[in-house]
Design a protein around this ligand. Structure first.
Ligand SMILES: [Zn+2]
Length: 257
């Protein structure tokens, strides 16, 4: 099952996007390969065996770096020895607790899975051994350099990972082509807007944006599109409005309940 649950696409000579196109939310993880080690940014839903998918691509030691701890980004974390997380109490607790199948709940409804896949009662095991990082930290892993940018809003401890040597930034669930979730518990649309603005400020030299859902890669225009949506909300208070040609819109506490 693992091989066909995932869709792997090379988006850079050092970056393999590992998408889950048979789940309605089309989550994407990214395997970044350096000279001596690899980094896996997020681990997906856990429905497929992402450990096997990664092992098929690299024999190097793998460090998992999590953009945030919603279940669909940490599902396969148990397959890896080393995990890095932003130092935030909500994110720490959520990773430590993991998710029961009832907590995953409606996100596993059969209608969210494309045939021939049928959801089983799967859980996300917790783990409390994450190495914690902070805003501005520069991670050096096996010859790869990643800079931590705290980008809260979707969740309080969300982080983006800037890879200046590769001209890439992984943005987790802050920016993607679809409804932007600023309405979940712990989300904050004011912080969200500030984080998108902050991301706009680090785009010099970046030509590859790696979103957590709906596409394996994008250009910097995706961040600018998000900024338009957030700025529109800041100026008018109107959310859930699509600006331009994409599917991007902002869901806040007002629209999302
Ligand atoms: Zn999320």
């Amino acid at each position: 099952m693992a091989a066909s649950w995932f869709l792997a696409e090379r988006v850079h000579e050092r970056i393999l996007a590992i998408a889950e196109p048979h789940h309605a939310e089309w989550v994407v993880s990214y395997l970044v390969t350096g000279p001596e080690a690899a980094v896996l940014i997020d681990t997906g839903t856990g429905y497929g065996d992402i450990g096997a998918a990664v092992a098929a691509s690299t024999g190097l030691p793998v460090t998992v770096v999590l953009t945030h701890t919603h279940w669909d980004h940490i599902g396969g974390t148990a397959a890896f020895d080393r995990v890095v997380l932003f130092d935030d109490p909500v994110e720490r607790a959520r990773l430590a607790d993991g998710f029961t199948s009832s907590a995953i709940g409606g996100l596993c409804d059969p209608g969210r899975f494309g045939p021939p896949f049928t959801p089983r009662d799967f859980t996300v095991p917790g783990r409390a051994d994450a190495e914690l990082v902070h805003d501005g930290d520069n991670l050096a892993i096996g010859g790869l350099r990643l800079r931590v940018i705290h980008t809260p809003g979707h969740s309080p401890g969300s982080m983006s990972l800037l890879m200046p040597d590769l001209g890439a930034v992984a943005v987790g669930d802050l920016v993607y082509d679809g409804p932007l979730y600023a309405h979940l518990p712990g989300a904050d649309p004011v912080a969200y807007a500030a984080s998108v603005d902050r991301l706009l400020g680090v785009l010099a030299g970046i030509d590859l944006v790696l979103p957590g859902h709906n596409a394996t890669h994008a250009g910097p225009g995706l961040v600018r599109e998000a900024a338009r949506v957030l700025h529109h909300w800041q100026a008018t208070g109107q959310d859930d409005i699509v600006l331009g040609a994409g599917r991007m819109r902002l869901l806040t506490h007002r629209t999302g309940g």
